[in-house]
Design a protein around this ligand. Structure first.
Ligand code: CTP
Ligand code: CA
Length: 236
C-alpha cells in the first residue's frame, strides 16, 4: 500500500519482523499448523520500509511476494524460527513477533508415513513444549544489560472465557511476557486471513497505550507509532 506518512521517522532503524505461522511435522506428509496468514506481518514490513527502516522479515510458511527492499529469511518450524530470531536479535533495534508460533511440537517425527491398519487403534501423538521465543528475547536483553533490541513487540490473539475477558487475559499476558508492547486482538469472531484487524496496544504493565482498527496497513502504522515512542523513551 501507499505510505500513510512521508515521515522517515524510522530511518536507519533495523527492524526484525516475524510473520506467518509455524508448521511442526508429524511424518513426511503431515504437520500441525495454525490459521495465521502472515498478512499483518507483511503489512508491518511495508509500513516500516515506507518509514525508512531496514527490514528483515522472518517468514514462516508465507507464499506472498517479499516486500521490495526487505531481507527475507524463510523458516518452517518453531525451532527454525527460534534459531533465526536468536541470530537476528543480536543486531537489531526493534524485534516484532507477529508470527503465530506453535506452542507444542511432536516429541518425534516419524520417518515413515503413519499408516492406518485394520487392527491398530488411532495413534496418540506425544507433544512437548516449544521455546517461548518472545520471552527468551526479553530475558536475553535483561541479562545483556537491557540494551538491545531497544524495542520488543509481541502479538496476542485472544478469546475470552468464562473466568476472564479477552482484554483481561491479554493484560495478564503483557505483564507475564514483559515485552515493551503487546498488540492484542480479539479473535472470538475469527479474523484470520482477513484484510482488516482491530487491536489494542498494551505496555509491559498491561496498560492500554493505543487502539487501532481498519486495514492491516493502518494497524501496522499504529503499532509502529507506539514502537517509535518506545525507541524515543530510550533516547533513540
Ligand atoms: N510466541 C513465541 N514463542 C512461542 C509462542 C509464542 O515467541 N513458542 C510469541 C508470539 O509470536 C506472540 C506472543 O508470543 O508474539 C504471544 O503469543 P501467544 O500464543 O498469544 O502467547 P502464549 O504465551 O503462547 O500463550 P497461549 O497459551 O495463550 O497461547
Ligand atoms: Ca501460543
Amino acid at each position: 500500500g501507499a505510505p500513510r506518512t512521508a515521515a522517515q521517522d524510522l530511518a536507519g532503524a533495523r527492524i526484525v519482523i516475524t510473520a506467518g505461522g509455524t508448521r511442526e511435522e508429524i511424518d513426511p506428509v503431515r504437520y500441525l499448523a495454525n490459521h495465521s496468514s502472515g498478512k499483518q506481518g507483511w503489512a508491518l514490513a511495508h509500513a516500516a520500509l515506507a518509514r525508512g527502516a531496514e527490514v528483515a522479515l522472518i517468514a514462516a510458511n508465507v507464499q506472498a511476494q517479499t516486500p521490495p527492499g526487505a531481507r527475507r529469511i524463510d523458516v518452517v518450524s518453531a525451532a527454525d524460527l527460534a534459531a533465526a530470531v536468536a541470530e537476528a536479535r543480536r543486531s537489531c533495534d526493534v524485534l516484532i513477533m507477529a508470527a503465530a508460533v506453535a506452542d507444542f511440537t511432536p516429541v518425534e517425527r516419524s520417518g515413515a508415513k503413519i499408516k492406518k491398519t485394520e487392527d491398530s487403534d488411532a495413534p496418540v501423538i506425544a507433544l512437548r513444549r516449544t521455546e517461548d521465543i518472545l520471552h527468551a528475547s526479553v530475558e536475553e536483553r535483561a541479562e545483556g544489560g537491557g540494551q538491545s533490541p531497544a524495542a520488543i513487540v509481541g502479538f496476542a490473539a485472544e478469546t475470552g472465557d468464562s473466568s476472564a475477558s479477552s482484554l483481561e487475559l491479554a493484560q495478564r499476558k503483557a505483564r507475564r511476557k514483559g515485552a515493551d508492547l503487546l498488540v492484542f486482538n480479539d479473535v472470538t469472531a475469527g479474523v484470520f486471513g482477513s484484510e482488516s484487524n482491530a487491536v489494542q496496544i498494551l505496555d509491559a504493565q498491561g496498560e492500554l497505550r493505543a487502539e487501532a482498527a481498519g486495514e492491516k496497513i493502518t494497524v501496522a502504522h499504529a503499532v509502529l507509532d507506539e514502537t517509535r515512542g518506545v525507541l524515543a523513551q530510550k533516547g533513540w
